[in-house]
Write a protein of this length. Structure first.
Length: 349
């Protein structure tokens, strides 16, 4: 059969993906500033301004399009993965290593939600992992195709000295882990995640890159790694994916794993003090099926980490456009909608 038979489906799938990406960009750079312009008051908290913002003419369009475009994104990406055959075998991993746990029971808080609105979640099968990989590039509005966002994190937010061992928690399909091995070439790097299909894909991609990373299936709160064996623990976009009730155990596990003078660097989200922007971020929690995001933003995470045994816990702003880690919690002014990135930093007590 001629390969041309598959050209039309591939072209249609790519066209749908491009359409959704453009739609989401206009939601961020056009609809969000227009909604803000309709909101005349500039004082208050997210709670006190919510009723006023919800009454604005553009608000129903803003809220509907955020959720609707995310659903369209996953449909378009799934069609593209099928058309391009991206859910292929991931059995070849050397020099990377894959450690799966066939007896691991996935927690209900992880399986009962289609996080990010991805149908069926990321843990279901290899196809779901391939869809997640492609969608993770587009969720940054097409500005993370080569994972420069994650490389920026490793370049600007991590210790400058040589590191012997690194553990990347919630590594998914490896996008946050590969740059760690590239940055610390002589380090023993381990990625931890619950989803076996994502870990299979992570190890396969790392193997093709020649990276000797170990990908291990485990709960981030109970990694099974030895006490005092790690110099640096990282995560990107993990904290807001966990129930608040699990965070004490997560930070306690970090304190257990770290060697003396070991460090923690978690890239996640933080409220900015801009009530309009913060309201949009808090409501993103519900509209994007991220039930643990709003509780995280409302909580004193530094206190939870200190009680679990970490020291010098603080948040630092992060600008994904190029500067990376900033000083303190001051973000550059921007008119478009964007995530309020921040780095949670700590050391072993």
């Amino acid at each position: 059969m001629s390969a041309d038979v598959f050209a039309a489906p591939r072209l249609a799938a790519r066209g749908a993906t491009d359409f959704v990406l453009t739609l989401r960009r206009r939601w961020a750079d056009t609809l969000y500033p227009a909604l803000r312009a309709q909101w005349q008051a500039h004082e208050g908290t997210p709670d006190t301004i919510a009723e006023e913002v919800h009454s604005l003419p553009l608000y129903p369009w803003f809220a509907w399009l955020e959720r609707g475009s995310q659903k369209l994104l996953w449909r378009a990406v799934a069609d593209q993965v099928r058309a391009e055959g991206e859910a292929a075998s991931t059995t070849s991993t050397a020099p990377a290593r894959l450690e799966l746990d066939p007896d691991l029971v996935l927690p209900s808080w992880y399986t009962e939600w289609d996080i990010h609105l991805q149908p069926g979640g990321v843990w279901r099968d290899r196809s779901a992992a391939a869809v997640y990989e492609r969608g993770a590039q587009l969720v940054m509005l097409g500005d993370n195709d080569d994972y420069k966002f994650h490389r920026l994190f490793t370049q600007t937010a991590l210790p400058a000295h040589e590191i012997g061992s690194v553990v990347d928690l919630g590594c998914g399909f490896g996008k946050s882990t590969w740059p760690l091995q590239q940055r610390f070439a002589n380090a023993q790097v381990t990625g931890i995640d619950l989803a076996a299909p994502c870990l299979e894909l992570a190890a396969h991609r790392a193997g093709k890159l020649g990276l000797p990373i170990t990908f291990r299936q485990a709960d981030v709160c109970a990694t099974g790694l030895p006490d005092g064996s790690v110099d640096l623990i990282t995560s990107t976009m993990l904290l807001h994916e966990l129930p608040l009730s699990t965070l004490p155990a997560l930070f306690a596990e970090c304190a257990r794993l770290l060697r003396p003078r070991g460090t923690v660097r978690f890239l996640d989200f933080h409220l900015t003090g801009d009530s309009f922007r913060d309201l949009a971020m808090l409501e993103h929690s519900a509209r994007n099926n991220e039930p643990y995001l709003a509780p995280l933003l409302h909580s004193d995470i530094t206190m939870i980490a200190r009680k679990a045994g970490l020291a010098n816990v603080r948040w630092t702003a992060f600008d994904e456009r190029g500067d990376g880690r900033l000083q303190g919690l001051e973000w550059p002014a921007r008119s478009e909608w964007h995530f309020p990135w921040a780095v949670l930093e700590a050391e072993r007590a």
